[in-house]
Design a protein. Structure first.
Length: 188
């Protein structure tokens, strides 16, 4: 296994560790985070299971799933999770997702996280297309994706069944030749 580390100006992505349980549960178990995701706040045991899955994915050959911790470089605090999954239907595409602790919202960490995921996908994995989906009601996520260079492509009607109702998703994507790392972003 080659551990992944992708460094930005204020954040870095790294492999999730067993010692991240409390910090990751503070994110995945938070009701405000769950509101924007496809379900409910996760229990401590469910987060422990996701950490175990991350370790299995990290050791897979070939690796197709990257579940990484989002860490604030200034204090080495894990503030979220960032995912990149290779698309099984396209050898050069991947889908991304991220969740950050609400006390970090509005500080630009979401945009930097998306840039770090794009750097992983384009610079390290040689992808051509990266895409993400969001809930139509999560307009803050839409702004974050747009700031990072992803373009809104359309709406997938009734894609997820959440809390007893079907929910649409909005798709955003960026192509390798369109993505630009922000000023001051470390070179590959």
């Amino acid at each position: 296994m080659n551990p992944i580390t992708v460094t930005g100006s204020r954040l870095h992505l790294r492999e999730i560790r067993g010692t991240d349980l409390d910090a990751l549960h503070a994110v995945q178990g938070h009701a405000d985070v769950a509101h924007h995701m496809k379900g409910r706040a996760q229990t401590r045991d469910e987060v422990a299971d996701s950490i175990a899955r991350a370790a299995v994915h990290a050791g897979a050959v070939p690796r197709t799933v990257y579940m990484l911790g989002v860490v604030r470089s200034a204090d080495d605090r894990l503030i979220g999770r960032a995912d990149l999954d290779l698309d099984p239907f396209s050898e050069k595409a991947g889908t991304i997702g991220f969740m950050l602790h609400p006390d970090t919202w509005g500080a630009g960490f979401g945009t930097e996280t998306v840039h770090l995921l794009c750097a992983l996908g384009f610079r390290h994995l040689g992808l051509h297309r990266i895409w993400a989906t969001r809930s139509p009601s999560n307009t803050a996520s839409g702004r974050t994706l747009s700031k990072a260079g992803l373009v809104e492509e359309g709406r997938i009607r009734e894609q997820f069944f959440v809390d007893g109702a079907w929910r649409d998703s909005v798709v955003h994507a960026v192509l390798e030749h369109e993505w630009r790392a922000p000023e001051g972003f470390p070179a590959p």
